[in-house]
Write a protein that binds this ligand. Structure first.
Ligand code: SAM
Length: 234
């Protein structure tokens, strides 16, 4: 989705920012409980004002969020009672929490201030339509060193919708990332109670979690399956 879509979403708030969850996501809790965050430099792309970031900051060496919309950045610090410093334009820091007010697609390894140990992606890959999603995959892959971990949360539902969050099935995840990552499918959770099921009349919705590890050498890539036929109107 283009820049203006997200600026408008944050301006309107309410149902337009219903992706924001007030509590720590269970998949983030899994990473915390499993020790994946301990001492790590954690990158949260497309971070919004996610409540997972302060939770990670209690255990991580550093948490770096990247967010396009400045009001989301400011809301994040205000909601958490923090007054960030701005050591450089667009860099907001409080303790070991740094939010970069930036376009993820323009982010460089230098902007990240050091190697990333763990990426946490909730509602990021699925925020983009197919063409932008492929750019996102390529850019994220290029930012990571071999050995880096990447936790990916996706939604897979029918009928597909022409707006975020887009449906991304496990085969497509393997197609996007199989060439550069080892992939472990850790959560496969049917969610009939999910708010989208009733709102859009979905026939099914499953939430997935994958733990990926960046490999040093490219691996053979399974073909990315084509998207399902025409998405249904919401
Ligand atoms: C679906 S929300 C997910 C937010 C967060 N991950 C969460 O779990 O609440 C996507 C977020 O990414 C931001 N965003 C969209 N495009 C972006 C880009 N190119 N660079 C950085 N942030 C972007 C939007 O403003 C929005 O806050």
């Amino acid at each position: 989705m283009e820049r203006q879509f997200w600026i408008d979403s944050w301006r309107e708030g309410g149902s337009k920012t219903s992706f924001h969850l007030p509590a720590v996501h269970p998949h983030a809790r899994h990473l915390l409980d499993g020790g994946f965050v301990d001492g790590a430099r954690v990158l949260v792309p497309l971070c919004g004002k996610s409540a997972d970031m302060p939770a990670f900051a209690t255990r991580a060496a550093e948490v770096v969020g990247v967010e396009l919309v400045d009001s989301a950045v400011h809301q994040f610090f205000a909601d958490n009672g923090l007054e960030p410093e701005e050591p450089a334009p667009g860099v907001f820091r409080s303790g070991n929490l740094t939010l970069l007010h930036a376009d993820f697609f323009r982010l460089t390894t230098a902007d990240l201030g050091g190697p990333v140990d763990l990426v946490y992606d909730r509602a990021c890959l699925v925020a983009f339509p197919e063409d932008m999603r492929e750019r996102y995959v390529a850019h994220l892959t290029a930012l990571l060193d071999p050995g880096a971990r990447y936790f990916l949360n996706t939604l897979d539902y029918l009928p597909e919708l022409p707006e975020p969050p887009f449906s991304v099935c496990p085969d497509r995840v393997r197609g996007y990332f199989g060439g550069h990552f080892e992939i472990e499918h850790v959560f496969d959770e049917p969610r009939p109670e999910h708010r989208m099921v009733e709102k859009f009349g979905l026939s099914r919705l499953t939430e997935h979690g994958f733990l990926l590890r960046r490999t040093a050498t490219p691996m053979s890539v399974p073909p990315v399956p084509s998207p399902a036929a025409e998405p249904a109107a919401p």
